[in-house]
Design a protein around this ligand. Sequence first.
Ligand code: NA7
Length: 543
Amino acid sequence: MSEAHSLDSSMERHEMVIIGAGVCGIYMLHRMLEAGVDAVVLEAGSDLGGTWYWNRYPGARFDSESYTYGYSIDPEILAEWNWSEHFAGQPETLRYLNYVAEKWNVRERMQFDCKVASCVFDEDTNAWAVRTEDGRAFSGSLLVTAIGMLSAATYPRIPGVEDFRGEAFHTYYWPQEPVDLDGKKVAVIGTGATGVQVIGEIADKVGELVVYQRRPNWCAPLNNGPIDKAEMDRIRLRYDDIFQQLEKTPGSFLHGPDRRVFDEVPEEERLAFWEDLYASPGFGVWLGNFRDVLVEKEPNEAYSQFIADKIRERVKDPEVAEKLIPKDHGFGSRRVPMETNYYEAYNRENVQLVDVNETPIECVTETGIRTSDQERDFDVIIYATGFDAITGAFDRIEFQGLDGATLRDKWFDGPVTYLGTQVSGFPNLITLAGPQSGSVSSNFPPGIEFVVDWATRLVTYMRDHGYKRVIADKEAEALWTQEIKESYKGSLLSTAKSWFTGYNSNVDGHDKMRYMIYLLGAPKYRERLNAVADDDFEGLHFD
Ligand code: NA7
C-alpha cells in the first residue's frame, strides 16, 4: 500500500463512511444514526439529493407514482407530505428530500463538495482510508456506497464536442440557474428516457429543435395529472395498501403483470385491455401486461405492433413515424421512456428529426453540428446521451481492496458480486445500490429501503458479535454471479443492447453483454437476502 493511501492521524475518523447523499445515502445515514453508529456522508454535489440534485433538465420527473417513490417507513412524513402531481417533477422531489433530511436531522452529518477519489482498505486496522479530490481524508471501519446507479454521465464520442462556442449541457449536469431556451436553436442528441422528457417539454418553447436519433425507443404516455388535497387525503388513507402492493410486484411498482397469457384472451378483449393500458398512468403499459408479453416472442411482437400503430396515429408524417418506431428490439426489452407530448412534438413546424444512421454526425463545430449531408447552427446543444450505468460510478473511484486489487480491474469484464451488496477481496464494503442487487432493478426507494434495512441488520450483527471485519466468500460470489447470468437467459431484456445489459458505446469495453441487474424480481431478492441474514449471514466471513 502506498504511503499516500495508508491511514494517518490527520484523517477524520468515523465508524462508517457513506458515499453519496441521494435517496439511498439519506436513508442509510438515518438508520445508522438511529442505531448509534458514528457515520458520515461524503457527497460530491454542493447539497443533498443525488439524482434529484443533479438532473435539473427541463421535463425531469418521476416515472413512478410520486406516492410510491417516497420513503414508506416514517408515519410522520407520510402524514405531512403532499404530492402535487401523480408523477412529480424534479424540483418537488428535491424539496421532498430536503424536507426528509430536516425531519431526520441528517444534514449536519453530511459533507458537501466532497468528491471521493480513492478508497483504500488498510489491512492492519481493518478500516478504509477515503480521500477526496480536494485532499481531504477520512477513515471508516465500514465503507458504504450509495453512489447512484445513473450518476456517471457519458458524452458522445464525437469529434469537436469541446469546440462548440454556444451553450452545451449534458442533461445530468444541467445548471442550477434556469437556462433560457425561448426562441433558441436547440439540438438534442439522444432519445432515451431523458431525451424523450426534454423533447416533449421544450418543443413548443424553443425557436428550432433538431433531434439527433440513433436508435428509437418504444415510448408510451405517462398520463400525468395533478393531485388535489382531497385526492392526497385519499392516497394517504391507502398508504398501507399501496406499500403492500409494492411488496408483491416484481419491480416494486404499483404495476405488476396480469395473470392471463396473451393466447387465452380473445382479440377484441385483448385490444380493449391494451387500450386501457395505453390510457392509464405510469408503467402499467410496460409492466402490467399479460405475463408472457415481456417473455415470449409472438405476444411481444403483437404488442409492439399495437404500440407502433399508436405512434403512426400520433405522428402525422408517415416517414417520420417510421423512423420513430424501433425495428431492432421489441417493446419493453429496453427501458420504456414515459412521455408527455413526445410524438406530437414531431408534428410541429419547428421540430426536425435527424436519423444519424442515414446521415451520421461527423463532428461538432464551433457553431453547430455537422452530419454527412449538412451543417446546422445551434445556440444550445443538449447531450441526453445517458450514463455509464451502475458500475460507472464505481469505476470513477479508485477502490483498492486486499493486496492492492482494484474493483475497476475486478469488474472490467462485468461485475462480480455476492448478493449485489458485497465483493470478495473488498472487506467491510457494502454496495447498497451496487450491480446485481435488487435495488437497481426495481422502483428505487422501496428497493433501497429493503437493502438499507438489511445492511443495518448486518452492521448490528457485527457489533453484537464484536466483529471487526466482514468479507464475502469467493465461492458464494461466483455462485451468485452465475445465478444472475442464468436469469438473463429467459428474459427479453437480454435480447436488446441497453444500459440494463451493460452496453454503452461511449465507454471502452462496454460493447458486450454485462450482467448488471438482478432479474428475478424484488420479492425473490428480499427472500434470498433475508434467508442469508437469518442464516448468520451465510456466505460472509467474519473476524
Ligand atoms: P439512455 O437511456 O442510455 O439513452 C441515451 C441516448 O443517447 C440513447 O438514445 C442513445 O442512443 C443516445 N446516444 C448515446 N451516445 C450517442 C452517440 N454517440 N450518438 C448518438 N446518440 C447517442 O440514457 P437516459 O439518460 O435517456 O436514461 C437513463 C435512465 O435515466 C433511464 O433509463 C431512466 O431510468 C432514468 P442508442 O439508443 O444507444 O442508440
